[in-house]
Design a protein around this ligand. Structure first.
Ligand SMILES: Nc1ncnc2c1ncn2[C@@H]1O[C@H](COP(=O)(O)OP(=O)(O)OP(=O)(O)O)[C@@H](O)[C@H]1O
Length: 270
């Protein structure tokens, strides 16, 4: 297994905000990793850097290498790295039919277009992926008329249709109810067990499913802690990361946090 991500000395601005200042992070292929941090930590910026939607300030000693390469054509990259992002769900055309959402993964486009040609094999693959995610019966439905959970599964199908070895998720269960969240996280677990590498960014501890081997805690554009879930998802590190007293619990490889019993100092009693 080689390098999935190699970020060295990268400086990134969004508007006037310097989100990363000579930031470095390496992730190996095969090591499913969660990037966890509070609002504004830089998680979405990191995800956009990896997916090629954002670029750092040029510096001779900095680089971003995905699978060992600095330059990718988007279509080629998507055949190795599938992306299921929040923005994508938001941007997707509500009139696109389910089948077209999945097929659009072959071109990394939003919806399919007249000039795009799909082979029988590609149609078959799309059917197969929809079947495996339990959404085949919705293939003719408009994206806009699907529930958030169904939309999320179609976007996962879109990412999986090219059979990438690595999948990138941005807050995978946001907007999903409890059952849909757990089913979706089980799906992520199944993908990891089938050999896919999952890279996810989240601000929720419960979104880190069993099978994630490494947690990178991010705060103010810096790596705050880095280790296995057992090493990092502790009450003391989580309390420090979120600057709030928290109590962490784990059960069968899943994690959950609660407010610690003591109120934060200075908070008014009700
Ligand atoms: N378009 C923008 N213009 C200016 N500043 C921005 C822009 N987008 C993000 N930022 C700033 O960059 C910093 C990092 O934002 P980013 O969205 O990467 O954080 P995040 O960890 O993903 O947060 P969240 O969990 O709330 O999504 C924040 O301080 C944010 O205010």
């Amino acid at each position: 297994m080689g390098s999935l991500l190699d970020i060295r000395n990268v400086t990134v601005f969004r508007g006037r905000t310097r989100v990363f200042d000579r930031f470095s992070l390496q992730i190996e292929e095969g090591c499913s990793t969660a990037v966890l941090g509070p609002n504004g930590a830089g998680k979405s910026t990191l995800m956009k850097l990896v997916s090629g939607e954002l670029h750092p300030v040029f510096s001779p000693d900095s680089h971003i290498r995905v699978f060992g390469r600095e330059r990718w054509n988007v279509r080629e990259l998507r055949s190795r790295l599938g992306v299921v992002s929040h923005d994508l769900q938001h941007d997707y055309l509500s009139c696109a039919r389910g089948m077209n959402v999945v097929l659009s993964g072959f071109y990394s486009s939003i919806d399919t277009w007249r000039n795009q040609v799909f082979s029988e094999t590609e149609y078959r693959k799309a059917e197969e992926v929809m079947e495996s995610l339990g959404i085949r019966s919705l293939k003719n439905r408009e994206f806009g008329s699907m529930s958030t959970g169904e939309q999320r599964r179609f976007l996962l199908a879109r990412a999986l249709v090219t059979d990438p070895g690595t999948l990138l998720f941005d807050e995978p269960t946001s907007g999903l109810d409890l059952k849909a969240s757990f089913l979706y996280l089980e799906q992520l677990g199944a993908l990891m067990r089938c050999g896919k590498t999952v890279l996810l960014v989240t601000h929720h501890v419960h979104e880190i499913p069993p099978g994630i081997r490494r947690v990178v805690m991010l705060r103010n554009g810096l790596v705050f802690a880095d280790g296995t879930p057992e090493e990092t998802l502790t009450s003391s590190l989580l309390s420090a990361l979120y600057d709030y007293p928290l109590h962490a619990l784990s059960l069968s490889g899943s994690f959950q946090v609660f407010p610690a019993s003591g109120r934060p100092e200075g908070e008014n009693a009700w």
